[in-house]
Design a protein around this ligand. Structure first.
Ligand code: BGC
Length: 905
């Protein structure tokens, strides 16, 4: 049964119906619904209309199978303009679909001319205040934290309202309010950029909140990344970008008579300090609920005693529509237990290490409640907070008599446990709830298998991503750091793309990366850059090339390559300038090398740096080709050849040994194709030797870990890959899971039975880098992958790699072409494999078998060919070519004995 091929799920700039898109980011995509086999789009037609219905762009019928990354080519898009669009497609039989349901997008305001508003705030006012915990005469918090201003303005609308948009941002964080309601549901808005270079704003559709008659527009303001504590420079006491938060807002109301009314931030606003005594991302929030000015954001409120605001004109910094997804509260978690210690303190365990905050309701008596947050417990059952360094993660509230509810807005805590002191009585169900906060990025991946612990590992990887993707990809959400480290993002980017649709999120962050690039061409170690001048570190700065290439590979996106091509070129020039002999030995910045590799496994920094440079050059050639710059592609191929020759000359012996015998050295040499074909097997053998010598343990840090299992499978050592995966003694992924991890730890030995906690100075239990093994689960265990050079999942290379003690695995990835689902079962004799290929995609399927000629598809069809499956004696692959639809395969699969698979010692 075949249903018509129908476009649905329309998106612009990787978002659904965005209300603010820069004109040069308008890029359209759609999914295709349609059952049956071999479905394909042969043409499309896009129609974009202005608000008055006139055509802005009619693409006409375009012969193309592309359904993502369609750049707008119509009349110039108007600043602030509103557009609707539809698409129709022609299928494999040239049958046209109906037009899709309409989608819409609105164009970003002119970055300076589109704004009539001025910055307003109360300035750096500090009031007498008692910091949370650790207070002492020299406590930096005493002078650094202050109350959060409430700002308001009354206005009258004298006609019925046709439409209304609120454009708003802050230097700091804001929550905008209109007539007693929150505008939108974003939290921690406007997010974090280098505010000295660009300031993101949000647009809210607020037609239903504005009414004819009296109205109030209001906002709460807090320090956030702009003026609060951030990073690990405690002495600086926050204020990285400025001393106090400010608000910028303009409400534009379309009136019945066709005119517009503007309400903007200016000298007509009033402000006051009230219930929020302080609010800081790292330190926490303190509320005096008795001081809440009820009704302050509604008409009829008496603002007597409120102060006039300070007004500051806008300067030249561009205001840009935030290209990323908003941060939101995405889930609530009830505690799995609440226990009480001898002193009456409650310890709530949420069963999951997460990022967010608590909502706490108290039943009646006046109370003064303190909430501390921690990821783990100490041996005596109290919170372990040593690893937070100077971050206090402490919220406090004073509740007057009567039922009360406290919930912070402008802070963020990384925790599984909370200690609650001063709670009056016993909390009932729903009184203590964890609110999960992160960039609201839709999940695109799933994985489960016959090994429950592996499902937990998968969930830990995803929770690590959720807890750290907060406006920028941060290293950790709990201690005084929470920075956008490029190395961490570089190693995790592909896993992140499989787990969740991070296209818009990374697009936004890559602008931060470009903003942070130094005039020398060096990419900084962190972006946004804050006040640390570090740059150029191998595997960190290389993110400036690897991450755009990853987005291209996963989303078929070439716009991102063109947008950042000049920055990438400057980076390549920066490296080459100082390393004319094609070994990257100079200007390595902080050279974190294979960061946090366990034990004494020290890879040569020059080897690692040169390998990454070679990788950059190879990717730059692919990038230049995809972006349409063939001359540069040729140049980068030539550069890659020179680096490859220099690498071999300096680091590679005739027997395939590398001068550093570490696992990471071999992994990088093999992954980055720096070992010539004739030595690959030998080099892979040395890698396996190194693993055996480590007692079948891995010894890779951040730079090597993501490629370890893919390299083992790619060189015929799938058994060794599974042996590392299933290893249950430290260092291993399983050790973390078996010892209660619900996220990925920063260090392999974050906690061990022998030594307890690692150094408190650097020991986060929520760092995603070591979770970069997630990519292997999708690409190798499930086999959901593309062939070399593939981009955008139009053409798949599906090669499941069963192994270890797994008897079954299944999972999926929702690609830009649609959902790809894979599943297999292996009973020791027969291997059964199912795969769903979305419309407009095709796949080469390779099914491992001990008798590949005997493998059949669901209709009894025979393989189109037989291929080698290195490393498994007696196993080859049955090859099938398929189009879209559901497919199944079955055939005999018997493993050789493990002794044959593991090389003799
Ligand atoms: C961060 C890392 C980061 C590293 C650089 C640490 O403090 O937490 O994840 O990549 O520094 O060495």
């Amino acid at each position: 049964m075949t249903t018509p091929l129908t476009p649905a799920g329309l998106r612009c700039a990787h978002l659904t119906d965005p209300l603010g898109v820069a004109p040069d980011r308008v890029s359209l995509s759609w999914l295709l619904a349609g059952t049956g086999h071999g479905r394909a789009q042969t043409s499309y037609q896009v129609m974009v209309r202005q608000e008055d219905g006139t055509a802005a762009w009619d693409s006409g019928r375009v012969r193309s199978s592309d359904q993502a990354g369609i750049g707008y080519q119509g009349h110039p898009l108007a600043r602030g303009g509103r557009y609707t669009w539809r698409v129709r497609v022609w299928d494999e039989h040239e049958n046209p679909s109906a037009w899709s349901e309409p989608a819409r997008f609105e164009i970003e305001l002119d970055p300076s001319g589109g704004w009539r508003a001025s910055w307003i705030g109360l300035g750096p006012v500090r009031e007498e205040f008692k910091p949370p915990a650790q207070a002492g005469p020299s406590d930096p918090l005493r002078h650094a934290l202050g109350p959060a201003p409430y700002l308001r303005r009354d206005f009258t609308v004298d006609q019925p309202v046709a439409w209304a948009r609120l454009y708003v941002t802050a230097l700091g964080l804001y929550e905008a309010r209109l007539n007693g309601h929150r505008a939108g549901d974003a939290v921690l808005a406007p997010g974090w950029t280098d505010y000295a270079q660009r300031i993101p704003y949000q647009t809210y559709e607020v037609t239903s909140l504005v009414r004819e008659g009296e109205n109030v527009l209001g906002a709460l303001l807090a320090d956030g990344w702009y003026a609060g504590f951030f990073g690990f420079d405690a002495k600086r006491a926050g204020a990285h970008y400025g001393p106090a938060p400010e608000l910028l807002a303009q409400l534009v109301i379309g009136r019945a008579d066709g005119t517009t009314q503007w309400v903007v931030t200016d000298g007509h606003w009033q402000a006051a300090f009230a219930a929020i005594r302080h609010a800081d991302l790292l330190m926490g929030e303190q509320h005096d609920l008795a001081r809440e000015p009820h009704g302050w954001d509604q008409p009829g409120f008496s603002a007597a005693g409120w102060r006039p605001v300070r007004v500051r004109d806008r300067d030249g910094r561009p205001l840009v529509a935030d290209p990323g997804p908003p941060v939101r509260v995405t889930a609530e978690i009830q505690p799995v237990s609440v226990s009480q210690d001898g002193t009456g303190r409650l310890i709530a365990d949420f069963g999951q290490n997460l990022t967010g905050w608590l909502r706490v309701s108290t039943p009646g008596p006046a109370a003064s409640v303190r909430i501390r947050h921690a990821e783990v417990l100490a041996a005596d059952g109290s919170l372990y907070t040593d690893n937070l360094r100077t971050a206090r993660q402490t919220d406090e509230f004073a509740a007057p008599a009567g039922p009360a509810t406290f919930e912070p807005r402008f802070t963020l805590h990384g925790f599984r446990y909370a200690e609650i002191t001063g709670y009056p009585g016993q909390p009932g169900p729903g009184d203590i709830v964890a609110r999960v906060v992160h960039s609201d990025i839709p999940a695109t991946g799933s994985f489960e298998s016959s090994a429950p612990w592996l499902g937990q590992l998968f969930r830990n990887i995803d929770w690590g991503q959720r807890g750290n993707f907060i406006s920028v990809p941060t290293d950790c959400p709990q201690r005084d750091e929470r920075l956008g480290w490029l190395g961490d993002a570089q190693v995790f980017a592909r896993t992140a793309c499989y787990n969740r649709d991070v296209a818009a999120f990374f697009h936004k962050w890559l602008d931060d990366v470009a903003d942070a690039q130094y005039p020398s061409g060096a990419f900084s170690d962190i972006a946004p850059r804050l006040n640390v001048p570090w740059a150029g570190a191998p595997a960190w700065g290389d993110a400036g090339v690897v991450v755009p290439w990853t987005l291209h590979t996963m989303y078929g996106d070439t716009a991102v390559l063109r947008r950042h091509f000049a920055a990438m070129t400057r980076w390549m020039d920066f490296i080459e300038r100082d390393n004319p002999d094609y070994l990257r030995t100079r200007n390595l910045g902080n050279s974190y090398n294979d960061w946090l590799a366990p034990g004494a496994d020290e890879t040569s920094p020059e080897l690692l740096a040169t390998a990454y440079w070679a990788y950059d050059a190879a990717l730059m050639a692919e990038i230049a080709d995809a972006a349409g710059y063939p001359d540069q592609a040729a140049g980068y191929r030539a550069l890659r050849a020179k680096i490859g020759a220099a690498f071999a000359g300096a680091f590679l012996a005739a027997d395939g040994q590398l001068t550093s015998g570490t696992q990471t050295a071999y992994v990088l040499g093999l992954h980055m194709q720096l070992v010539p074909d004739e030595l690959r097997l030998a080099a892979a053998g040395h890698l396996v030797d190194a693993i055996r010598q480590a007692g079948w343990h891995l010894s890779t840090g951040f730079a090597g870990v993501g490629y370890l299992l893919p390299v083992l499978c790619g060189t015929g050592h799938t058994d060794v890959a599974y042996r590392l995966l299933e290893q249950d003694s430290a260092p291993s992924w399983r050790y973390m899971v078996d010892h209660g991890a619900t996220t990925i730890w920063e260090r392999w030995d974050g906690w061990t039975e022998q030594h307890g906690f690692q150094s408190a100075w650097m020991n986060s239990f929520n760092h995603y880098a070591l979770g970069s093994v997630g990519e292997w689960l999708y690409r190798f265990v499930l086999g959901i992958d593309q062939g070399p050079g593939g981009a955008g999942f139009g053409r798949l290379l599906v090669r499941p790699h069963p192994g270890g003690s797994l008897r079954a695995a299944r999972g999926s990835y929702r690609s830009v072409r649609g959902l790809i689902s894979s599943g297999w079962q292996h009973d020791g004799g027969t291997f059964r494999f199912t795969i769903d290929i979305p419309p407009n995609a095709s796949a080469c399927i390779r099914v491992p078998s001990s008798d590949p000629e005997a493998v059949r598809d669901g209709t009894g069809g025979r393989p189109a060919g037989i291929a080698e499956y290195p490393g498994r004696p007696g196993v080859r692959e049955a090859v099938f070519e398929v189009g879209s639809g559901a497919h199944e395969f079955a055939g005999p699969l018997r493993w050789a004995s493990p002794a044959q698979c593991f090389p003799a010692p």
